[in-house]
Design a protein around this ligand. Structure first.
Ligand SMILES: Nc1ncnc2c1ncn2[C@@H]1O[C@H](COP(=O)(O)OP(=O)(O)O)[C@@H](O)[C@H]1O
Ligand SMILES: O=c1ccn([C@@H]2O[C@H](COP(=O)(O)OP(=O)(O)O)[C@@H](O)[C@H]2O)c(=O)[nH]1
Length: 240
């Protein structure tokens, strides 16, 4: 393993479910603290880290729509859930002495700064961890798409999708027990094979902007830094 990190600036996507731990709902502070310690270690390696947090541990817009409610209102609720998670993760990072700012796609100045590309780049270049809250700020999108969008905007060299599984498999490994894991794939292959670890819009946006996607288990302590140093268990998605 090399000491020099593979990437200088990355975008980490942490799903809401990751923050939930083994609880059925909400935030497990111990889990948020653990994810924060991995981000802190990456910062200490000199990597600039932007983080997009999901909201699925609290609310998903489709839950409203599936019960006959208005999808747009449901998505607004989902986006607000991501703000709650962003504040929780920022709290965990600050406890570790990591300078952290939350930038929200939905203006709520009493609570956090509003997102702008310029503010994000400025804070990152000052060595702060930037947590992007509120997804893209638009309904009918996901925080995976927000991750691809913010990665493009900040010029991230890779998107790290921290999820429940340790890479991309031939089929969902939670459902197909003998699914096999890929070490490498292209964006085209992920889309053509319909590998549903990340939504199509997110993969397409990453492909268009030539941004590699690393899929890894967010639950593996130290996993994020191992990969940044050229080791670890993951699937990497690249142009070719
Ligand atoms: N081909 C696949 N390879 C890996 N995971 C897959 C695949 N197809 C579906 N999945 C599922 O996708 C999940 C990640 O997608 P997502 O809904 O964004 O979860 P989360 O937001 O909780 O990380 C994984 O936990 C896995 O169960
Ligand atoms: O740009 C976005 C991002 C998220 N959401 C809403 O926020 C919820 C939580 O985000 P997501 O499902 O992506 O969270 P995760 O699965 O990563 O926990 C989604 O279900 C949507 O309702 C949205 O409307 N627009």
């Amino acid at each position: 393993m090399t000491a020099e990190p593979m990437f200088k600036r990355v975008l980490l996507k942490a799903s809401g479910e990751a923050l939930m731990g083994s609880q059925g709902f909400g935030i497990d502070v111990a889990v948020a603290d653990r994810i924060a310690s991995d981000i802190a270690d990456a910062r200490r390696m000199g990597v600039e880290v932007g983080v997009v947090v999901g909201g699925g541990n609290i609310f998903r817009g489709v839950a409203v729509a599936s019960k006959g409610g208005d999808r747009v209102t449901g998505d607004h609720m989902g986006m607000l859930a991501t703000v709650i998670n962003a504040l929780a993760l920022a709290t965990s990072l600050r406890k570790l002495g990591i300078d952290t700012v939350v930038l929200s796609a939905i203006a709520m100045p009493e609570i956090c700064e509003s997102f702008s590309q310029r503010a994000a780049s400025h804070h990152l270049s000052q060595g702060r961890v930037v947590i992007f809250a509120g997804g893209t700020g638009n309904p009918f999108f996901t925080t995976d798409s927000a991750a691809a969008l913010r990665a493009a905007e900040i010029g991230a060299q890779a998107i790290f999708k921290g999820t429940q599984v340790d890479g991309i498999y031939s089929a969902d490994p939670k459902k197909v027990l003998d699914a096999t894991r890929f070490d490498r794939l292209t964006h085209d292959e992920v889309l053509q094979k319909g590998l549903a670890v990340m939504d199509v819009a997110a993969v397409a946006l990453a492909r268009e902007n030539h941004i590699p996607i690393v899929v890894f288990s967010i639950h593996e302590k130290g996993g994020f830094c191992d990969i940044l140093q050229g080791g670890g268990r993951m699937t990497i998605v690249t142009d070719n």
